[in-house]
Each structure stands twice: as C-alpha cells, then as structure tokens.
Design a protein around this ligand. Structure first.
Ligand code: HXC
Length: 519
C-alpha cells in the first residue's frame, strides 16, 4: 500500500503519541493519585530540558501468552540517553502503567541495550524502578532478563557510576539489580524493596509486618543500609541525583572536572578554632569541621541516616572534588562498629574506583566492644575498612582531630596503610587506648591495695602522667607517622595545597586477578 509523504509522517507521529500514552489515561490517573509521576514525567524532570533521546520506543513483547491488550509500545520501560548538568547519562524508567512495569524479555533487552551503550561510551547509568517484578506470563524468559541485567550491573561496577531510584515496588530477586549499583535512592511513602513480601513472611514465619515497615524508605535508609539516600518526594529525588552527579565523574580513568566555587581558597577556618574540646570525653559535632573546611559549606552526605557514628559524603575544596570519611564523636563517641565499618568501606571503594581523593577526619576511641558485635562478625566487617583503605590508590589525606586509639588508629587512614599525608590537630591523641583503660591494665597491682582518697590520688596522677606521655600527637610526629601538626584554622588551605600536590599520584600494585576482600 503506497502512502503519501504526509501519510508516512503522520503514521510516525501517531505511533509516537501512542507510545507516550503508556498504559492509557486511566492507569496514568491512578499513578498520579498515588503521588507518583509516570515514567516519562520522571525523565523530563530529571534531565536537562530537551536533551532526552529515546531508544526502542516501538519495541513490544513477542510473548504469545501476553494478551493483546497488554501489548504496549515500549513494553513498559522508557530508555534512552540525555544530559544532566550538561553531562551525558543513559537511563531507563519503568512504566508501571504498562502491565505494572513488570519485566519481560523485550523490556529486559531494552534495559540491557542501554546499559551496554552506557558502558561502551563510559557514561553513568540511572535506573528508575517502579515494577511488579518478573512478568509472570513470561516465566523463565523474564527471569533470564533479570539475569542479563544483574550480569551487566557487575560488569559496569567500578567502570561507570550506576544509580538506582526506587519509585514504586521493587520485590523478589528484582532488588538485586539496585543492590549491585553504587547508590540507591528511595522515595518516602511510595517505594519499597524486599526479597519476600509481607504475605510470604506471614506464611513462613507467622510474623505480621506492613510493607512500609518491612521495606520502606525509612527501613532501608536507617536500619538495613540498603538505601544511601531517602527523599521526601520524587522531585527532591531528582534534585539530589543531579547534585550527586555534580561530584562524580562519568567513568573511571576520566580526568576530574573542577567544581565551580566562589569560596576563597586561602581563608582561615576561624569558626572551628575551638570546636574540638580539650576534654576528651566531651562530644562535639564533626560536621561543623566539615562544613567550614569545604567549599561554600556544601556537603552531600551519603547514608546520612545509617550508622551515624561515621560520616561519609562528597564535597570540594578549592574546586577539587573529594570524598570525606569522618568519625562522628557526637554519636556513640565515634566508635567503629559493624555498620559504620561497612558503610565507610563501601564509600572508600567507590571513591577509589572513580579516582576521587579522600579526606579522612579521625576521632575514634576504638572498635565497639560486646557480644553483639563479636557474634555479628566485627572482625570480618571491620577488616573491610582496613582492606578498602589499604587497597586505595587515590590521594589520601587524614587529620586526627582528637582520639585515635588502637586498631582503629591503624584502620582510619594511618600512615602505616599508605595514606599520603597524615596530619593532627594539637588535640590529637594517638595511643593504644584511652588513659582510664590503660591505667586499669598497666597499674592494676599498684592500685589494688589502695582505697578511698589514696586510690583516687594515685589514679589521677597515673592518668595525668599517661596523658602527658601518650595523649598528644608529638610522639607520632617524632616518628614521622604524622607529617605535620596543624592548627584547626589552617585546615582548608593545607588540605587544598596537599590535594594539588597529590594530583598526579601514581601508585603501582602487584599484578593480580583481584584481591579477596572479606565479604
Ligand atoms: C505480570 C503484573 C505483575 C507481574 C503486576 N502486574 N505485577 N503482571 N507480572 N509480576 C499487573 C497487574 O496484573 C495489573 O494489570 C497491573 O500490573 C497493575 O497491578 P495491580 O496489582 O493492579 O497494582 P497494585 O494494586 O498497585 O499492586 C502492585 C503490586 C502487585 C504490589 C506490585 O501487582 C503485585 O503484588 N504484583 C506481583 C508482584 C510479584 O510477586 N512479582 C514477582 C516478584 S518475584 P492490569 O492489566 O490490571 O493493569 C520476581 C522475581 C525476580 O520479580 C527474579 C529475579 C531473579
């Protein structure tokens, strides 16, 4: 049948329009009623205006078992490339209005195509997940599709940044694709992730639990640590993703671009002159130091609500983008435990994979003692952080602000695991342990026979002597384990100068297939 040029153009426009309708007006309204945007609206709001170039909008499911009214153009996922902050990204956005955004063979193939494109062209990939999971009617073909995606998630890991936005259901094995990516965002109230849902749990363990409590945004950002970011709305989610992308490169081995700042590089950090208290038992907020040192007080905290005894996130100093790892003395005295070790280790590995220098701020009394930690495997989880720092070849700078005791001293970017520049404030204390604990062990016999005032006096004098001998940074400085002792107000300019000096750092590692990190 021959068609006029006009007719051919009209056909394309008609098909485009049809694909834009997804599962139809009724289902789109339902999506909106639930406080969710559609797949296309999400892309529009996330990317730079007018930059989205769609792939495969006319793909349909070829599975015979799908009823005709479920053959939607695009097969329930919108894929393509666009720009964010002027940088190219690849993305996919599952369309819940088409068969519940469920994943069949054609849907999976589209996602795989866009992931392959992202990998070959070294651009980040962003996935917006809103799906009923494996498309039941497509059986093993749907499962195979997930397998292909998981495989690519692993292949892309450490080569291009991968970001998952959870904007609806994400259940069963489907959770493993986001779990394999670098950053997971969850939207409060409308997103959930779990391996088995409340009904299965009820049958198997007789536990009663709601979807929200089991796998909502609060649960995964505070309790399980599966999600690095919890946001109040989809709009906030897009804003945070754009902010995150402004700190990270498009791919590994990519020359870092400077971050725009109008902040003066050589300003003194007068605000934090007295932030660290003289009394080692007094808590303080490490974030005060971070905010004053970095450009424009801009710090994008990752895993903000999880393992708050350690802080990780992105910032820049003099326009140089960095990752920050910092003990938080305001929470559990900044102790290292299972959750905080894992959180920091994963962050250090991300920064190392993508050539982002790391600034470590140390105030750590040690590892958290107790059966909960020992039975939970603090030995293996703590070793992950030690491994991550020791393996890192990016520029590493550390500042001991106050305590740095025992094994935690070594783990937290010490000179002995090849940190490039180790600094301390005059309040720094590097020792095997704190004064009280040390006295109780070393002078137990001397103290045993004493009581009352005699005991108190003796103990106080032993503590004073211990503090004089060990609770300072100078013994480590004498041995070259610290490169310099600096005043807090000198922090910003020092960090900037060291970052510039370390710009061309190259460190060779022995050839191997891969190391064997304690997983
Ligand atoms: C086919 C599906 C589907 C699925 C939803 N739909 N999930 N179709 N396969 N997995 C369809 C529905 O039939 C419906 O079609 C439309 O999507 C919207 O679904 P509703 O149920 O009406 O929506 P809602 O009430 O909001 O409930 C959403 C839901 C529920 C909670 C996600 O649909 C649900 O429980 N789905 C099944 C979830 C599941 O168990 N998936 C398998 C997980 S295991 P119509 O035509 O009416 O619009 C898995 C394994 C992965 O994914 C393995 C990887 C290794």
């Amino acid at each position: 049948m021959s068609q006029t040029l006009e007719g051919k153009r009209e056909l394309l426009l008609k098909l485009r329009h049809e694909s834009e309708l997804g599962g139809g007006e009724v289902r789109i309204s339902k999506q909106h009623e639930q406080g969710k945007y559609t797949a296309r609206e999400r892309i529009e709001r996330l990317v730079d205006p007018g930059t989205f170039l769609e792939f495969d909008r006319f793909v349909i499911s070829k599975t015979a078992s799908i009823s005709k009214d479920q053959h939607f153009l695009g097969d329930g996922v919108v894929t393509g490339i666009a720009a964010i902050n002027g940088q190219k990204v690849a993305l996919y956005s599952q369309d819940f209005t088409c068969v519940g955004g469920s994943l069949g063979a054609a849907h999976a193939k589209k996602i795989c195509k866009i992931m392959d494109f992202a990998l070959e062209n070294r651009i980040p990939v962003i996935g917006m997940n809103d799906s009923g999971g494996a498309r039941i009617q497509e059986g093993v073909e749907a499962l195979a599709g997930y397998g292909e995606i998981f495989y690519r998630n692993v292949k892309c890991s450490g080569v291009i940044p991968q970001i998952s936005l959870i904007m609806g259901p994400c259940a069963g094995g489907a959770v493993y694709s986001p779990a394999l990516t670098d950053f997971v965002f969850m939207v409060e109230g409308t997103s959930y992730m779990f391996v088995t849902g409340p009904d299965v749990i009820k049958t198997v363990t007789h536990e009663d639990v709601s979807k929200e409590t089991l796998g909502g945004a609060h649960t995964h950002s505070e309790t399980s640590g599966v999600a690095q970011f919890r946001v109040a709305s989809e709009d906030e989610c897009f804003e945070r993703v754009r902010e995150l992308l402004s700190y990270i490169p498009n791919a590994n081995f990519t020359k870092p671009t400077p971050k725009y700042t109008s902040d003066t590089i050589y300003r003194d950090n007068l605000k934090i002159k007295e932030t660290v208290p003289a009394n080692p038992k007094k808590p303080y907020d490490m974030k005060e130091i971070i905010f004053d040192v970095v450009d424009d007080a801009q710090f994008l905290e990752v895993h903000k609500d999880y393992a708050k005894n350690i802080i990780v996130g992105f910032a820049s100093v003099g326009g140089i983008k960095i990752g920050i790892v910092a003990n938080q003395p305001a929470v559990l005295a900044g102790v290292l435990d299972i959750a905080s070790s894992e959180k920091a280790a994963r962050f250090v590995r991300f920064c190392d994979a993508f050539d982002i220098p790391i600034l470590t701020l140390v105030d750590v009394p040690g590892f958290l003692p107790g059966t909960v930690q020992e039975y939970g495997g603090i030995i293996k989880h703590g070793s992950k952080l030690l491994y991550a720092y020791s393996e890192a070849t990016v520029p590493l700078i550390s500042i001991i602000t106050r305590k740095s005791y025992g094994g935690a001293y070594l783990v937290m970017a010490s000179k002995h695991i090849k940190t490039d520049v180790n600094l301390a404030y005059p309040t720094g204390e590097i020792a095997v342990m704190g004064a009280e604990g040390a006295i109780n062990i070393v002078y137990r016999h001397e103290l045993e026979g004493l009581a009352g005032k005699a005991f108190d006096d003796k103990k106080s004098s032993l503590i004073a002597k211990y503090e004089e001998d060990f609770a300072n940074p100078y013994r480590a400085a004498e041995l070259g384990f610290l490169d310099a002792v600096i005043l807090p107000e000198e922090t910003r300019k020092r960090v900037y100068e060291y970052l510039v000096a370390l710009k061309n750092k190259k460190q060779e590692k022995p050839k191997r297939k891969h190391g064997n990190i304690q997983l």
